[in-house]
Structures are given as C-alpha cells and as structure tokens.
Ligand binder design. Structure first.
Ligand code: PLP
Length: 338
C-alpha cells in the first residue's frame, strides 16, 4: 500500500514535522549548545522551566535520557526509585537506571496504572535503616502510556507531594505526555510541574517534533544534569534546529491536542469501547486476538500497536485527521464485527 495512505495508529511518536515546523527548523539561528551558545535552545529551556514553575531546564535528545538523568539527580547509586509496575521507566528504558547509574528500582502493581499515593507511600523504605535499600525517589507517569493514556488524579499527586516533603523522598515526573494530561484535565502545566522535583517532558510525542525532550528542576540539579548529559553523549552542538521545532510545537500544536482526544472518543464509540476509559489520545482494545487483528488491519492500511497478545492500542495524533479516523473506524469495526 502507498505509504501516504497508511493510517498509523501505533504511536504518537510516528508524526512527521509539518511544513511550518520544517520552515522553523530551516530558519533557526544556531550556536554551539555545549558552550551554552545556542539561542534557540536557551530560549526553549527558559520557556519550559517557566511553564512548569521550575528554576531551570535542560534540552535532551530523548524522553529516556530526560527520565534517567532526572532520576539520577534525586537518587544515588545503591538507592532505589519506587514506581508502578507498568511505568515506562521500568518497562521500556532497557534497565537504564541499573545498567548506567547503579540505581535499584522497585515496583507496585496498581489498578490500571492509576496512581494511588498511599499504595506507594506504604512501600517506601527509610534512608536510615542499614538493613534496607533506601527509597530516595518515587516516579510517577502522567499521562500513563501503558495505562492507556490515563490522567493521574490531581488529589493523589498532591497527597504524594505533601507526604514526600515530610519524608524527604523526591518525586520524579515522567511527563512525556503531560501536555495531553493538562489538555484533558484543565490542570495547569505549572501545577503538575510544582508537584515534582524533576520532570521530563517530551516534544516528540503528541506535540509532533522529530526529536527532543526537556528536563526541568532546580538550577543546582540542572547544572549537575548537564554533566550527566555530556557523559552520556547527549551534549549536542548546533541543536537549535531541533529546539526550533519544539518552540514551533508549543506555539502551534499544544492547543490542538484536544482534537486528538476528540478523535479518540470518536474511535472508542465506533468500536464499542467505553468512552469513559479513554481519557486522552489512546484507545485500548482488550480481549482481542492482537496479532490477527493487527495483521488484518495492516492489510487494509491501518497500523495498530500490539501491547500484549490480547491487547491492541490505538493512538491519535496530528498525522491522523478526521477523515482518517473515520476510515480507520470503518476498517476496525468491520474486523471486530462491531
Ligand atoms: C511515558 C513515556 N515516557 C518516556 C518515553 C521515552 O521517550 P523517548 O522515546 O524519547 O526516549 C516514552 C516514549 O514513548 C513514553 O511513552
């Protein structure tokens, strides 16, 4: 099938830069960012720090690097980060916390990946008991990828944060899709940002850039983060071409996320999925023969993601317009006999 006719619902990472974004990239003023001289990167970092109510920010090539450096800044080797069992940081980041930083991770199985602050708090291990691996940080994901794009409840985030201040445990936010969470919940980005010590946010998912994430935190932590980024080979030079894409995305793609969420609702309704289970830009089909459905859909030009042998995930993004949503719904509804 002609590649342009494919409807790619596998992920929101598959978007291509739009003509406007490409122009912004082509026209970007650049400098050497390892010298701190790229004006576009500096402006982006300042803007994102401000958006999330933090002192400082650092541009990184990927969400994985943002998460891993973020966790390292609040956790020493030999200590642990606690998170839910389906978190991206322990599922899809290739054991980086252990492999690179000597950080131990421990997980709790939460209902549908929804944050239950008390459940995490109950598992935290103290720092002053020499029998135990100390829990230095808790990591939270919002929206939650394997949770089907669910938005974490603000009261639970607030409860975790209040507790963490007393307990001396840090909070890291994997905010790869925090934009979607904010768009769906109406909660300000700065509110989410202020409930975390370190937060990694991505531009290469729903916001549609080819590359780029930003880590926000205190000025002191970000200064140390720059050392880790360089050690990991993430010190980039005339990277303003990428920062320009991110700035363009903030200006032009943030407000349109609601459209992806509407498309997800539409798809859910057409496929008999409970619309209340769809909180942002993802639709989960449970109890299906995933390999068979994925293959049959592909044959008709619709690409879907197999999360498990019985689960398919459909992700809406700026590369899928209303007409494509309707065509995908027709194809999938027929295959599912719904
Ligand atoms: C929730 C979440 N966090 C982090 C990442 C990592 O981002 P990257 O692929 O840029 O490393 C992803 C990627 O899809 C993600 O879904």
């Amino acid at each position: 099938m002609d590649e342009d006719r494919l409807i790619d619902l596998r992920s929101d990472t598959v978007t291509r830069p739009t003509p406007g974004m490409r122009r912004a990239m082509a026209e970007a003023e650049v400098g050497d960012d390892v010298y701190g001289e790229d004006p576009g990167v500096n402006a982006l970092e300042e803007r994102v720090a401000d958006l999330f109510g933090h002192e400082a920010a650092m541009f990184v090539p990927s969400g994985t690097m943002g998460n891993q450096i973020g966790m390292r800044l609040v956790c020493e080797p030999g200590q642990e980060v606690l998170c839910d069992a389906d978190a991206h940081v322990v599922t899809y980041e290739m054991g980086a916390a252990a492999a690179i930083f000597g950080i131990s991770t421990r997980t709790v199985v939460s209902a549908g990946a929804r944050l239950d602050a008390q459940q995490l708090i109950d598992q935290v291990r103290p720092k002053d008991d020499w029998h135990l691996t100390a829990t230095a940080a808790v990591a939270v994901e919002n929206s939650h990828n394997r949770g089907g794009g669910l938005v974490q409840p603000l009261d639970q985030l607030q409860k975790l944060w209040n507790w963490s201040r007393e307990a001396g445990v840090a909070v890291h936010l994997d905010g790869a899709r925090i934009w979607n969470a904010a768009s769906a919940s109406g909660v300000e980005l700065s509110t989410y940002g202020r409930l975390a010590d370190t937060a990694s946010v991505c531009f290469s998912k729903g916001l549609g850039t080819p590359v780029g994430s930003v880590l926000v935190s205190s000025a002191e932590r970000i200064a140390t983060g720059r050392l880790w980024r360089k050690r990991l080979g993430g010190g980039m030079r005339q990277v303003g071409v990428l920062a320009a894409a991110c700035t363009y995305a903030l200006d032009h793609h943030l407000d349109r996320l609601a459209e992806d969420h509407e498309h997800a609702q539409l798809l859910a309704k057409r496929l008999g999925v409970d619309p209340s289970s769809v909180e942002t830009n993802m639709v989960v089909l449970d109890g299906v023969d995933a390999p068979v459905l994925a293959e049959a859909a592909k044959a008709q030009g619709v690409l879907v993601s197999q999360v498990s042998p019985r689960r398919i995930r459909l992700v809406l993004h700026l590369g899928v317009d209303r007409a494509a949503v309707e065509r995908a719904a027709d194809v999938l509804a027929e295959l599912l006999d719904r």
